[in-house]
Design a protein around this ligand. Sequence first.
Ligand SMILES: *[C@@H]1O[C@H](CO)[C@@H](O)[C@H](O)[C@H]1NC(C)=O
Ligand SMILES: *[C@@H]1O[C@H](CO)[C@@H](O)[C@H](O)[C@H]1NC(C)=O
Ligand SMILES: *[C@@H]1O[C@H](CO)[C@@H](O)[C@H](O)[C@H]1NC(C)=O
Ligand SMILES: *[C@@H]1O[C@H](CO)[C@@H](O)[C@H](O)[C@H]1NC(C)=O
Length: 502
Amino acid sequence: MKILAAALVICSLLMAHVVTGKNVLILLGDDVGFQFGAYGNTKIKSPNVDALAKRSLLFKNGFTSVSSCSPSRSVVLSGLPVHQNGMYGLHHGVQHFESFNGVKSLPVILQKHDILTGIVGKKHVGPDTVYKFDYEVTEEHYDLNQVGRNITCMKGYIRNFLQQAKNSSKPFLLYIGIHDIHRCGYNGKLGDFCENFGDGMTPGTGVIKDWKPEVYKPEDVEVPYFLPDTPATRSDLANMYKTYSRFDQGVGLFMKELEDAGFADDTLVIFTSDNGIPFPLAKTNLYDPGQGEPFMVSSPVHKETWGKKTDAMASTMDIVPTVLDWFSVPYPQHELNGNKVGLTGKSLLGALKPKPVDPAFDYVYSSHVFHEVTMYYPMRVYRTKQMKLIHNLNFRAPYGLATDLYMNPTFLDILNRTESGQPLPWITTLKKYYYRDEWQLFNLTSDPYEVDNQAGNQDYQDILKDMKNKLNQWLVDTHDPWRCLPDDELEGRVCYPMDNRK
Ligand SMILES: *[C@@H]1O[C@H](CO)[C@@H](O)[C@H](O)[C@H]1NC(C)=O
Ligand SMILES: *[C@@H]1O[C@H](CO)[C@@H](O)[C@H](O)[C@H]1NC(C)=O
Ligand SMILES: *[C@@H]1O[C@H](CO)[C@@H](O)[C@H](O)[C@H]1NC(C)=O
Ligand SMILES: *[C@@H]1O[C@H](CO)[C@@H](O)[C@H](O)[C@H]1NC(C)=O
């Protein structure tokens, strides 16, 4: 008896040092922001995401590597910034961007280690050979609204994948790309956010059995600081909130599938979004409303972190290192375009340990080139907890607008008020929104809204220089072809001046 007890103690001691979990679930929202109770929103009802927060470590400082759909998803799956993986802009239609053929993506790396991989929902990256999952139910072969927004339809495919995983006894990675709360395009009766799709109230839009829509009135929403508080914005937000209820209930439904399949106790769950909400200053921007993301990590072997919040900074660039760490799979040695490739993100499991002292949790980098193909606006960003540096390489051109960021009630209201000289209660102006300084340095402590550029302020020259150096070092490490622009030309590894300033 004594021996058995001792053996059990030794066994549990050993277990405590080994990650026993064997699966990963990534829940990725589309244009999802901070509209959750768990992130302090008091107006929205988000019981399911809040329940996930109760079994997760919640990152107060979560960020995307790039605030644009395909680019962001390419970073989630490759761990490399867009200027390194080649997915400079959107994948679909005339945009036509893809990653380099030599990129090693997470599913392909894991498959080599006999891990089963699946994707259900929005994929939006290519080429297919680079981003290949064993099980794929995506917009490539199905209707995107069905596999991305119809949570009942998604549930069926998720159940099927989990059943296959069970049958195979292999560890798995399941990536669920929920298409909510993305705007809906010119979809008439479905609404600006597809908020009427399957709501059971709007004639001709069908039914989504597992969704009990929450409907909001314009006075029921919280207007975030970066939007003008006008009737147009409020009704736009109210429609978005209704779509959030489908997103939230989807998260609850999919977590229940995981549990019912018996995987709740050995699956690492990572919850985040590709970019900020589809509103001015957010999506496609790298101001905080575009760069900041909800970010939660739920680990069944770090239960002591459940329900806690951390200041540690997390990036979507950290997802690949985190998942590899979880599975104890090394990142394969390889080259891209003649350069050795290394991951520059860190494993977020480090933040789950008692003391995340690693300085890698004190900063994040972002890199943007295009959203749509017409929107060439390269930006490079280095952000710490206190400061943000943005380099706008194409600062001489006006900032471009994505189709869904133009044709929506909030933006059209801003435009109309600006053109007709009506009052516009906004933290910026359209002119400032379009025309940005080349270098933007914000003190996030005194200026959390990022409206007061300190780059020209004498008092900030030392920190500006230091942040520029750190940003440049990262661009060198990640082989950024843009790193000498806009003043110099990259030849080999050297920047040569062009004398192109007026
Ligand atoms: C799993 O295995 C069972 C029993 O062999 C089989 O009936 C079922 O079709 C399999 N399911 C899947 C999704 O492969
Ligand atoms: C959602 O999916 C289910 C299952 O495939 C289907 O029965 C239902 O009609 C779909 N709802 C809509 C609105 O398309
Ligand atoms: C634009 O403003 C005018 C008043 O100046 C108003 O009549 C019109 O409805 C507005 N249009 C939009 C799209 O908001
Ligand atoms: C940023 O602002 C805070 C609050 O005003 C101030 O204490 C701090 O010194 C500023 N940072 C820098 C680098 O000047």
